[in-house]
Design a protein around this ligand. Sequence first.
Ligand code: URA
Length: 308
Amino acid sequence: MSMTNANFPMDAEGRTYHVGIKRGELANRVLTVGDPARAITLARSLDGVDLENTPAKTIPANLFSYASHRGFLTITGTYKGVPVSIVAIGMGISMMDFFVRECRAVVDGPMLIIRLGSCGSLSDAAVGDICVPSGSYLVQRNYDFFAGDSDNASAKPYHLSKIFQADPEITKTLVKNMSAKLGDNHVWSGVNATADSFYSSQGRQDLNFVDANQDLFTELVEHEPNTMTLEMETFTLYHLAKTSTTAPLGQSQVSNGESKSKNSIRAGACMMVFAQRKTNAFITKEDVVRVEPLAGQAVFDSLVEVQL
Ligand code: URA
């Protein structure tokens, strides 16, 4: 594969370096997930899928799909007649960064992006429930703290960022549509914490490493009393939506850290509780199979209901 332009590499066909998509392959309304298998399951809700003749784990033949060499899977079709895409990105803030920037680069006009992921719950949300965070902050390991020198006496082992907000209309619409599918008492609102590790910065105890995270949950709740969930992507989505501009690619877009123009991406997120961190319960496969398609339909309903 040969690429041009080291600043924003694209191949001769106009495919981006990691997500591997080109102009015309991605809709303005995007549902993003981590797991490619989840993307394929959710694709069964798109228009025109021949459910009887499409085996589970198979991408429906009537949809566009592209699997990139870096593990991203894009599926595009329509839902209730409106073009939508599903993009599976894997895990973590770097993968979210690749996804948002490369998708933005090949789509014209405003975009709506909603993430459907999995999370750990620090609230009373039980395994299998859905959480819809109105905002998210970043929990980042303070690497310098672990350097072993003496100037760290007053430093904290984890940095907690400011909260970046979801689009309020998307959040409200998601709560309404999730409640319609799963019932009010299984849908929770609050604030998400995105961690740069599944382990240390999510407060998991691992005796093989020095993580200094015994007090982390207390610190999260002191930082934001409404902290509801822990996962690994949503902060970056909300952060990039807030810093997105409408300037054409290649033009200088930023002054004093604020975008000059109106944001071109509006974002929201919701996640299924996989791990209940207060009781140590973990979701069963049966619960995933039950909740996943319903939650996916609620996201598609929201994506097509909100105006671009
Ligand atoms: N995803 C996470 O990042 N953490 C959890 O505990 C569960 C899913």
